[in-house]
Design a protein around this ligand. Structure first.
Ligand SMILES: Nc1nc2c(ncn2[C@@H]2O[C@H](COP(=O)(O)OP(=O)(O)OP(=O)(O)O)[C@@H](O)[C@H]2O)c(=O)[nH]1
Ligand SMILES: [Mg+2]
Length: 343
């Protein structure tokens, strides 16, 4: 199914139903009093998060979503029925903005959010009866509902984001540590949309990892798939920065590391003015050299030393394919997530 993480729609709440103008007509009561009932309230426009959705694709079906209008009041003091609420289901992590880009609500936890309340029903003429006006001929119209245009923007919710060049082995890693089964192949841009996987580090200790499409040098200028998918790791606590050291790419692994970080900075520059933005470049990274099964031990020692010298800490060395050192990596991440205070 197509993955959609941005959509622009119009939403409306229902108008209130009008009050009725009516007079009692019963045999034996020639001039009955006013008995026009009130109109019903218009339906609310409600946004509700659902754990079962991970894309905004379903909302492409319509451009305009409107709750039902309230029903008119009727005679015999009967109030009109309320209009039905319209409940729009969205994935957790959906940010709602107005057209000026201001955040109206960030739907990160499951709850209902009444975005637009329905209009009140109008009073029927029975309401306007007074000692001096026993037969009022007036009733109120219902109050109008309201409308607005909104932009929905999905930012997936995960604890850890995997970043790296295409082919670095991001999808291989997530498939090894979780039940996620994204496509894996030896060509770049195999992954076209984000994948989430739940990693069980210990009993009652799980965290969510996001595998996103690969980044390349110049991604911020639209090269490759661009930097648009970085929004899905904005809410993460830390990154696994995965680097291919097999040499197959022909690039220098340390330069890859610098290039990806440069793209993160560019992404931050582009988005820093946006309300609700969390910059990526300052986030903690676990620097992980992958495909160590395909490197000579001397070369690996040299790479390890190079990273250590420049970063001040040792990189993790793994093979996503053979599973080497993966358990240790998961334990280190889990320790970070579960024992250290959130920033
Ligand atoms: N030798 C070796 N190959 C690996 C390892 N991890 C991944 N690969 C291979 O590298 C290729 C790319 O792996 P993917 O997991 O698809 O890479 P990716 O980072 O998700 O790539 P994109 O989705 O294109 O960004 C595949 O052929 C994998 O089998 C590893 O530890 N050792
Ligand atoms: Mg992939």
């Amino acid at each position: 199914m197509k993955f959609i993480d941005e959509i622009h729609i119009k939403v409306s709440s229902g108008h209130g139903g009008p009050g009725a103008i009516s007079f009692r007509r019963e045999s034996g009561t020639p001039r009955g009093g006013p008995d026009g009932g009130d109109g019903g309230k218009g339906g609310n426009l409600v946004l509700r998060t659902s754990k079962h959705l991970n894309s905004l694709v379903d909302l492409r079906a319509n451009k305009h979503y409107a709750a039902q209008d309230g029903y008119p009041g009727t005679s015999a003091n009967s109030s009109g029925a309320q209009g039905q609420d319209l409940v729009i289901l969205v994935p957790e992590g959906t940010l709602v903005r107005n057209l000026e880009g201001e955040v109206i609500v960030d739907l990160t936890n499951s709850h209902d959010f009444v975005l637009l309340a329905g209009g009140r029903g109008g009073k029927g003429n029975a309401f306007f009866k007074t000692s001096v006006n026993q037969a009022p001929e007036k009733a109120q119209p219902g109050e109008d509902g309201s409308s607005m245009e909104i932009k929905l923007e999905l930012k997936l919710i995960a604890d850890v984001g995997i970043i790296g060049f295409p082919n670095a082995g991001k999808s291989t890693l997530i498939s090894r540590i979780s039940a996620a089964r994204p496509k894996i192949a030896d060509y770049p841009f195999t992954t076209l949309t984000p994948n989430l996987g739940v990693v069980k580090a210990a009993e009652f200790k799980s965290f969510v990892v996001a595998d996103i499409p690969g980044l390349v040098k110049g991604a911020h200028e639209g090269i490759g798939l661009g930097i648009q998918f970085l929004r899905h790791i904005e809410r993460t606590r830390l990154f696994i920065h995965l680097i291919d050291v097999s040499g197959i790419s022909g690039r220098d692994p340390f330069q890859d590391y610098l290039d990806i970080n440069f793209e993160l900075e560019k992404y931050d520059d582009t988005n820093k003015e946006k309300e609700g933005f969390f910059p990526l470049a300052p986030r903690e990274q676990f620097v992980v050299l992958n495909k160590i099964d395909s490197v000579q031990s001397d070369d690996l020692s040299r790479l390890k030393a190079q990273f250590k010298k420049k970063l001040g800490v040792e990189p993790y060395l793994i093979s996503a394919v053979s599973g080497k050192n993966i358990k240790e990596l998961i334990q280190a991440i889990s320790k970070k997530i579960f024992t250290e205070d959130l920033p």
